[in-house]
Ligand binder design. Structure first.
Ligand code: ATP
Length: 223
């Protein structure tokens, strides 16, 4: 499968403090790569660096095109979707409106994501479509956040700790959904500490420690 997302010698900085050190990374179409590591290791920073939300040096490439200087919205338009840890659901909008605000035109050669297709992936969202986003449970909000990211018609999706604060049954549902997305050829980078989600889906595990990325000898335990 072809490489969709690539980082080369990627460094990230919060002011003068360096939080990411020369990260090299590749995620291919139809591949789920898991990023594991203890709290504060730099997983979220790597996601933010790939999404264009933190100062960086080095390169990020999407389908071979350098996007390092691009703002987040342009990266999204180019096919890089990011689901941050806090989900950022629009609490006053209905679940359906949360999906529709993100809707982007179809991408040539890729199956198009519509609200109905999101409901096929997450059937539990369909009966909730008129409910305000703020009235959904943590697990429902996580599914909605993933659905909203899919509405941007991504080639690669960055999922930051999707199991955080959700029930074990929802973790299983997220694992099923990820397998379905992989089968469609989506590239998935998953930052996650929950073995119940990583173990059944990850094709490869990488371990982040003190801002440095290495292949994980054993994905768990992470601390
Ligand atoms: P967690 O699982 O707890 O979210 P993480 O692996 O995602 O941890 P990061 O949140 O990326 O780790 O943090 C990596 C390092 O960067 C830590 O030392 C953290 O204190 C620092 N850091 C994170 N966000 C900021 C910020 N906004 N300003 C300054 N330093 C930050």
């Amino acid at each position: 499968m072809s490489v969709v997302l690539q980082a080369r010698r990627l460094c990230a900085f919060y002011g003068r403090a360096q939080a990411l050190f020369d990260v090299d990374l590749e995620v291919a179409a139809g591949e789920i790569v898991a990023l594991v590591g203890r709290n504060g290791a730099g997983k979220t920073t790597l996601m933010r660096a790939l999404a264009g939300r933190v100062a960086t040096t080095g390169e990020v490439l999407l389908d071979g095109v350098p996007v390092s200087g691009w703002r987040t919205d342009r990266r999204v338009q180019a096919g890089l979707a990011w689901v941050p840890e806090d989900r950022r659901i629009f609490t006053q909008l209905t679940a359906r409106q949360n999906l529709e605000v993100a809707e982007a035109p179809p991408r040539a050669g890729a199956p198009v994501w519509t609200a109905e297709r999101v409901y096929e992936l997450f059937p539990e969202l369909a009966p909730l479509e008129r409910r305000p986003g703020g009235a959904l449970s943590g697990g429902e909000q996580q599914m909605l956040a993933i659905g909203r990211a899919l509405m941007t018609q991504p080639k690669v999706i960055l999922l930051d700790e999707p199991s955080e604060g959700v029930a074990p049954i929802v973790v299983q549902r997220l694992a099923e959904a990820m397998r379905a997305l992989r089968a469609e050829g989506l590239a998935v980078l998953l930052s996650e500490q929950n073995e119940a989600l990583v173990a059944p889906v990850a094709d490869r595990c990488l371990c982040m420690d003190d801002g440095v990325l290495a292949p994980a000898a054993a994905a768990f335990p992470v601390s």
